[in-house]
Design a protein around this ligand. Structure first.
Ligand SMILES: NC(=O)c1ccc[n+]([C@@H]2O[C@H](COP(=O)([O-])OP(=O)(O)OC[C@H]3O[C@@H](n4cnc5c(N)ncnc54)[C@H](OP(=O)(O)O)[C@@H]3O)[C@@H](O)[C@H]2O)c1
Ligand SMILES: CC(C)CCC[C@@H](C)[C@H]1CC[C@H]2C3=C(CC[C@]12C)[C@@]1(C)CC[C@H](O)C(C)(C)[C@@H]1CC3
Length: 571
């Protein structure tokens, strides 16, 4: 390599992409065509870097000592990206640097996955805008350093100002998600509903509001909160936090759904007309939406006072709308009452089953039936099984992304309280006024499909959960694993050796079985399936980049061994 600045075998300082952190790396080679150096970090991560992202060790040390005392500069002495992982998760991490890490994560994600739909691309757009602006600011700073002619402060504020006028995805989603719920609720009541129809005319404003409906929703949430705080059931430990602490959670969800079912049964027996839920669906959804907005405002305000150790890595952009949407605090609690865990597992999830049940009663009433239709029974039983299983294995939620990594803000509050109960119930709602008769062979085939999906979903989730809780569990000793620099290992055989997200595969098969009973006359009951594909493809990409950041070369090795993401040999 005669004209090349750094030679094979040289030890130099390499910039970790997307950040201003440098680590000691060894040069493995140079590709004249791409003008990139292949370097290897101390934890084994191999990357390709531009010459401008490499500095000689001696020059680097002199400069870094003479520079500022800021934490990010101090961090530049650490030796490997694996350390970044550990350091960025320590209490001393400054918010800006963790933000940079998450931006890096998102950039990789966007590059890696050509998304299947424009909607999914929109999910990513908010991240992208921040990445682009941040990169631009970094470039400008670099340019300023190099020629000294640019007025850095002015340029930086100009770009930040520009950012204010760019419509980040958060603004879009804040408006779109509630509008979408309204759209599908209005559609499902039409004789000929369609996802591609123009929105039906808006009902008058007072049609949205019903004080009684708000009262019922508040009562329901309080009732679930009461069941949650009762000293019944197990106290489970969450995964270790950045501080090393493990929070305790009352995992009595199964008890909560059993008590709720008994209370609903007694109420119906006593003559309470549950078909109210069908006739006041819009008002109930509006009331729940108001509660989710109030909760999100409370969450945002309290997150401003939370210590940095209590914050999630995302949602700290400084942009009020983005942070409000994404959520800032990781585990907001009032004493021992965990708001995120409660909202994710209780009012919405159990409410979903209650609404489905009410729809079965409404179907019988509307269509003069003595018993619900086969299609309605299947949808009810399938979704009840899904929820009961989630609550029975409630502890497993503590190892999912939402609980471990995501802040609690509008996205999850609205998702858990409004989105789940008022859109996941659309199939049952649809069947109330759009009957679909099913033959016995069709019923049998759909049940078999559901059971296959459920088996894959449950087995794979339990396998990962058991492994994460006790990696040396003798029951898992037959499984092959890859060690990672963080001390955790990755499963490479068993379910997690078939595809990288076997649990998503099972979930998707189940989603198919939920839509099939509604037939093919309309797209609306297939809405869940379409939404779910987009959601899971996006979650898979997000998880991939997060794991690559955490596990470096070990993750790449896992991806080389397990080539497909969700569907074997297809995707
Ligand atoms: N119905 C719905 O609306 C809905 C929506 C979303 C998700 N879900 C379901 O919820 C469940 C949880 O989903 P999730 O998105 O949180 O993802 P998940 O698949 O449960 O968790 C991903 C995490 O698992 C760990 N992991 C990944 N590969 C591994 C391997 N080979 N060996 C060991 N650990 C590995 C990694 O975390 P660590 O390494 O840090 O432990 C990774 O971040 C899924 O079953 C999903 O289908 C349902
Ligand atoms: C578009 C947005 C508003 C997206 C909102 C997403 C949330 C509604 C989902 C994200 C994670 C999901 C989830 C379940 C329900 C829906 C979410 C909260 C879940 C609790 C359903 C029962 C399952 O058994 C489960 C526990 C595995 C599952 C966990 C993830």
């Amino acid at each position: 390599m005669p004209t090349v600045k750094y030679q094979k075998g040289d030890t130099v300082m390499g910039r970790w992409p997307g950040s201003s952190l440098y680590y000691e790396v060894k040069v493995l080679g140079f590709k004249p065509r791409t003008q990139l150096y292949t370097v290897i970090y101390k934890d084994g991560t191999e990357l390709e870097l531009k010459e401008q992202d490499i500095k000689s060790v001696s020059g680097f040390q002199t400069r870094s000592r003479s520079r500022s005392r800021s934490p990010s500069r101090r961090r530049s002495r650490s030796r490997s990206p694996a350390r970044t992982t550990r350091r960025s998760s320590s209490r001393t991490t400054s918010a800006p640097s963790s933000r940079r890490d998450s931006k890096l994560k998102d950039t990789v994600e966007v590059r890696l996955s050509p998304l299947v739909s424009a909607a999914a691309a929109l999910i990513l757009s908010d991240h992208l805008i921040f990445v682009v602006v941040e990169r631009l600011i970094e470039r400008l700073k670099d340019a300023g350093k190099n020629n000294g002619r640019l007025n850095l402060t002015k340029l930086t504020s100009l770009v930040s100002l520009l950012c204010l006028f760019l419509p980040p995805g958060a603004y879009f989603w804040l408006l779109f998600l509630p509008a979408w719920v309204l759209f599908v609720i209005l559609q499902v009541n039409l004789k000929d509903p369609s996802l591609v129809n123009a929105p039906p005319p808006l009902p008058p404003l007072d049609a949205f509001w019903d004080a009684q409906a708000l009262g019922f929703v508040i009562l329901w949430i309080l009732f679930q909160a009461l069941l949650y705080i009762l000293p019944v059931g197990k106290l489970s430990e969450g995964m270790p936090l950045r501080s090393g602490e493990r929070l305790k959670y009352r995992t009595n969800g199964f008890f909560a759904i059993v008590v709720s079912a008994i209370v609903a049964g007694i109420a119906v027996h006593q003559g309470v007309d549950l078909t109210y839920v069908h006739s006041h669906f819009l008002q109930l959804a509006t009331a729940t939406f108001i509660i989710s907005v109030l909760l999100s405002i409370y969450l945002y305000v309290r997150s401003r006072y939370a210590s940095s150790a209590e914050l999630a890595l995302g949602g700290n952009s400084g942009n009020v709308v983005y942070d409000f949407f994404k959520g800032h605090e990781l585990n907001p609690r009032i004493k021992n009452f965990d708001l995120k865990f409660f909202c994710e597992m209780r009012p919405g999830l159990i409410g979903w089953c209650l609404i489905n049940f009410a729809m079965a009663l409404a179907e019988m009433k509307q269509q003069n039936l003595d018993a619900p239709s086969y299609a309605m029974i299947l949808v009810n039983l399938f979704q009840l099984l899904y929820v009961v299983d989630g609550l029975w294995n409630e502890e497993a939620i503590l190892t999912t992304m939402d609980l471990m990594h995501d802040g609690f803000g509008f996205m999850l509050a609205f998702g858990d309280l409004v989105w789940v109960p008022f859109t996941y119930t659309l199939q049952a709602y649809y069947l109330v006024s759009h009957p679909n008769s099913l033959s016995l062979p069709a019923v049998t085939a759909i049940v078999i499909l559901k059971l296959i999906g459920f088996y894959i979903f449950r087995k794979s989730n339990s396998e990962k959960n058991a492994f994460r809780r006790n990696p040396s569990d003798p029951k898992l000793s037959h499984l092959k694993t890859i060690p990672t620099a963080t001390g955790k290992s990755l499963l490479v055989s068993g379910w997690w050796g078939v595809v990288r997200h076997p649990n998503y595969l099972g979930d998707l098969i189940m989603a198919l079985a939920w839509s099939l009973p509604c037939g093919f006359s309309h797209l609306l009951p297939w809405y869940y399936m379409i939404y779910f594909i987009i959601l899971l493809v996006h979650r898979d990409s997000r998880d991939m980049s997060e794991c690559r950041r955490k596990y470096g070369s070990a993750w790449d090795e896992y991806c080389r061994t397990v080539r497909y993401r969700i569907i074997p040999r297809v995707y």
